[in-house]
Design a binder for this molecule. Structure first.
Ligand SMILES: Nc1ncnc2c1ncn2[C@@H]1O[C@H](COP(=O)(O)OP(=O)(O)O)[C@@H](O)[C@H]1O
Ligand SMILES: [Mg+2]
Length: 248
């Protein structure tokens, strides 16, 4: 079954995008300007430090890479999606997302401890669900020191599959925890702050929920709940404008 969704970009989101892009953009501009002035000085016979020139290029490149991450994440958040719902084994979806995290797990030397019970099939868009779980896994992996433990527990009760992802990483204070789903909220210089925004959206499009508990210095627990069968919506049959139905 296919369902088309139209993204809704609010004025607030667009303003936030401009704000996020402005700093790295002016860093690129400033560093290239200095680079260009130094080259001009060099060609008129002045002595110029090559390591300084290299540093300006390095910073410009780093800012460009950050801009690239922002643009890629925004495209993920705003892409008009055709959702492909099919009956999928959640255990396979979890394994596939772990495979996508393989490199980060290896680099960080993080051990995965899985406890996945017999799971029924769930009506989901598997690729999008994998992306949502991957974002959660990566956050956990990045919050841990080398040799941390990522625990994944999954089970089913009353037609709801729950997937609980726990890390024993740095955790979050309440003022961070309360903002994690805000677009562009990040505490990492390399982060875009769009990971959990996207993840929440993906899970809610599957009629699921996500909640996060965390304790500073101890770790974080993310709980994803997904109904095995999607609730039917009037919108499933029409042109993609979502309407809420009474059963929500
Ligand atoms: N498992 C976790 N442990 C500690 N902090 C986390 C965890 N998951 C999310 N966070 C916090 O939430 C912020 C937002 O996460 P996210 O939306 O994925 O953006 P990003 O990963 O780009 O920072 C992170 O910068 C971090 O401060
Ligand atoms: Mg993230």
């Amino acid at each position: 079954m296919q369902q088309k969704k139209r993204p809704v970009l609010t004025d607030e989101f667009i303003a936030a995008v401009a704000h996020e892009i402005r700093n790295p953009l002016s860093s690129v501009k400033m560093n290239l300007q200095v680079f260009s002035r130094s080259l001009a000085a060099m060609s008129s016979g002045k002595e110029v430090s090559i390591p300084n020139l290299q540093e300006h290029l390095r910073v410009a490149l780093k800012s460009l890479e950050h801009l690239e991450r922002i643009v890629n994440d925004i495209m993920d958040v705003s892409r008009p999606e055709v959702l492909e719902f099919a009956s999928e084994s959640m255990a396979d979806v979890i394994e596939a997302s772990l495979l996508l995290a393989e490199n980060d797990l290896a680099v960080k030397g993080v051990r995965v401890v899985k406890n996945i019970g017999a799971l029924p099939k769930v009506e989901v868009d598997a690729r999008r669900m994998e992306q949502a779980l991957l974002n959660i896994f990566l956050n956990g992996i990045h919050a841990m020191k080398k040799g941390g433990r990522l625990m994944i527990n999954a089970g089913e009760r009353d037609g709801i599959v729950s997937i609980v992802i726990e890390d024993d990483g740095k955790g979050m204070p309440p003022e961070v925890l309360s903002r994690v789903f805000e677009p562009f909220f990040t505490t990492s210089p390399e982060g875009t702050g769009l990971g959990l925004t996207l993840t929440k959206r993906l899970i809610e499009q599957e009629d699921g929920t996500i909640s996060i508990e965390s304790e500073l210095g101890k770790g974080t627990r993310v709980t994803v709940m997904l109904p095995c069968r999607r609730k039917r919506r009037a919108a499933d049959d029409d042109n993609g404008h979502e309407k809420d139905t009474d059963n929500r």
